[in-house]
Design a protein around this ligand. Structure first.
Ligand code: DX5
Ligand code: ZN
Length: 217
């Protein structure tokens, strides 16, 4: 399959969100990535249900919601009601991960599991049959605009082998410091979905940058 691009709204202009969402609607983007931070799992706060609902009203692309929060089970249904299409929880925040991802699928969303840079991909072995995507954090979560961690390439290669060996239809998504320079090698290593915040919204031509990430010309 062709790879997907999921621009991260965290880097958008919050004083003019409608403008940036319309740009994403017009663009080659496949999904719209929304980062939810609770100030506990990560040392930052972002936005919550009212913003997700407002984005849903005008977004033409599926909402790819990434929860960087403790105890996500408390909110799965509310994110579903707010309009999430994909719901990704952090491995490190889930005590009963199988129950959590099963509940996400029961709510008819795609279930994702994100792993921090220090978390080995081997820990995902027993959850791969129950999920739709793995989000490999390629920076420490909590902030946009950080430098890509190069060790991530090895993790992606290992994860690609695990997924293929088991015959699972699980997408590999990368998130943090992704740009048009490191994207080609990531796709070669087996990535299916590129999340990009600052490389898109800080560029002079965000729509053109999304096109470049999609086509990798
Ligand atoms: C980081 C978030 C990312 C962030 C990526 O904790 O999960 O989705 O928006 O931003 P960039 O692409 O700027 O690193
Ligand atoms: Zn994210």
């Amino acid at each position: 399959m062709d790879h997907l691009v999921s621009p991260s709204l965290l880097a958008a202009d919050f004083a003019n969100l409608q403008n940036d969402i319309m740009m994403i609607n017009r663009s080659d983007a496949d999904w719209l990535h929304l980062d939810i931070m609770d100030g506990v799992f990560v040392p930052n706060l972002s936005f919550g249900f009212p913003v997700v609902k407002a984005v849903k009203r005008i977004a033409a692309k599926p909402l790819d919601v990434h929860l960087m929060i403790i105890d996500p089970d408390r909110y799965l249904e509310r994110f579903c009601d707010a309009g999430a299409n994909n719901l990704t929880v952090q491995y490190e925040a889930c005590t009963h991960l199988n129950r959590t991802v099963t509940e996400i699928r029961n709510l008819e969303m795609k279930a994702g599991v994100a792993i921090n840079p220090h978390t080995p991909v081997s820990l995902l072995k027993n959850v791969l049959p129950y999920i739709d995507l793995v989000l490999v954090m390629t920076v420490n979560p909590g902030f946009g605009g950080q430098l890509f961690i190069k060790e991530s390439y090895n993790k992606i290669t290992e994860l690609r082998k695990m997924i293929d060996a088991g015959g699972y239809s699980v997408l590999i998504e990368v998130d943090g410091g992704i740009d048009t320079v490191n994207a080609p090698k990531l796709i070669e290593s087996g990535v299916n979905v590129l999340v990009a915040g600052n490389s898109v919204f800080s560029s002079t031509d965000p729509e053109g940058t999304i096109r470049k990430l999609k086509r990798l010309l």
